[in-house]
Design a protein around this ligand. Structure first.
Ligand SMILES: *Cc1c(COP(=O)(O)O)cnc(C)c1O
Length: 247
């Protein structure tokens, strides 16, 4: 099967699963954006996904994005969803519309500096390590609240919400408390800042319906749209995703 056929069929199925999850939660499916995660997949997959109506794409490594994005149609919009090192911020600001994985004041301050040089504002999400897993990147919730006002003071960053990669489980119900925790944390941030933060980026192929029931406005989907990633490719490279993405 070619990319377009595969993605078209998978997308229709995913959309109906999102619709049903929204019905259960009394939400409008238009509030849920699919971020198509294309790591390890070629530009042909992006092109086919665009033809199927997908618009927003996620990559977890600057190094891979740097090679891939210039080969993809300009209508694709890109979000960084993996850990960002300070020395790659300049490049990330040039490649990505949104950075979903801001996990320290240090990297945020560097984004501020590079965004200023580039004459743009950068929409960002703050990544939270809700379960406190030592293998993963992301803010500890208490730390996030401590740094929140400093983060919000960075004029070139548009704070739009929170993102998480919770512990993986074969049973999505076991992940629900972490999604709920992220939503509550967003409410705490909103209260502290006195502004509303529109986005909760949570839910991957194995658990996106539960995430939608818990309020996700962005689901980051790879496998369920594009099929399995090749293990050989996945294992390569120095920086890994959001730090053990459960795959
Ligand atoms: C790879 C990745 C995804 C997508 O994972 P799937 O299980 O294939 O849907 C989502 N979020 C992040 C941060 C990732 O690195």
């Amino acid at each position: 099967m070619d990319w377009a056929e595969r993605i078209g069929a998978n997308l229709a199925e995913v959309q109906s699963r999102i619709r049903r999850a929204c019905e259960r939660a009394g939400r409008d499916p238009a509030e849920v954006l699919i971020v198509a995660v294309t790591k390890t997949h070629p530009p042909a997959a992006v092109e086919a996904a665009l033809a199927c109506g997908l618009r927003v794409f996620g990559e977890n490594r600057v190094q891979e994005a740097r090679a891939k994005i210039p080969l993809c149609p300009g209508s694709a919009r890109w979000h960084l969803i993996g850990h960002l090192q300070t020395n790659k911020v300049r490049e990330a600001v040039g490649l990505f519309e949104m950075i979903q994985s801001v996990d320290s004041l240090k990297v945020a301050t560097e984004i501020q500096r590079r965004a200023e040089q580039a004459g743009r504002r950068v929409p960002v999400l703050l990544e939270v390590n809700v379960a406190g897993e030592s293998s993963k990147f992301g803010y500890a919730p208490e730390r996030l609240l401590e740094e929140l006002e400093a983060l919000n003071g960075l004029s070139r960053l548009e704070l739009q919400g929170l993102m998480t990669v919770p512990p993986w489980s074969p049973d999505p119900e076991r992940v629900r408390p972490y999604f709920r925790r992220l939503r509550e944390l967003k409410e705490a941030c909103e209260q502290r800042l006195g502004v509303s933060l529109p986005h909760l980026s949570m839910g991957m192929s194995g658990d996106f319906e539960v995430a939608v029931e818990e309020g996700a406005t962005m689901v980051r989907l790879g496998t369920v749209l594009f099929g399995p990633r090749t293990p050989a490719v996945r294992a390569g490279g120095g920086e890994e995703g959001a730090g053990g993405t459960g795959d």
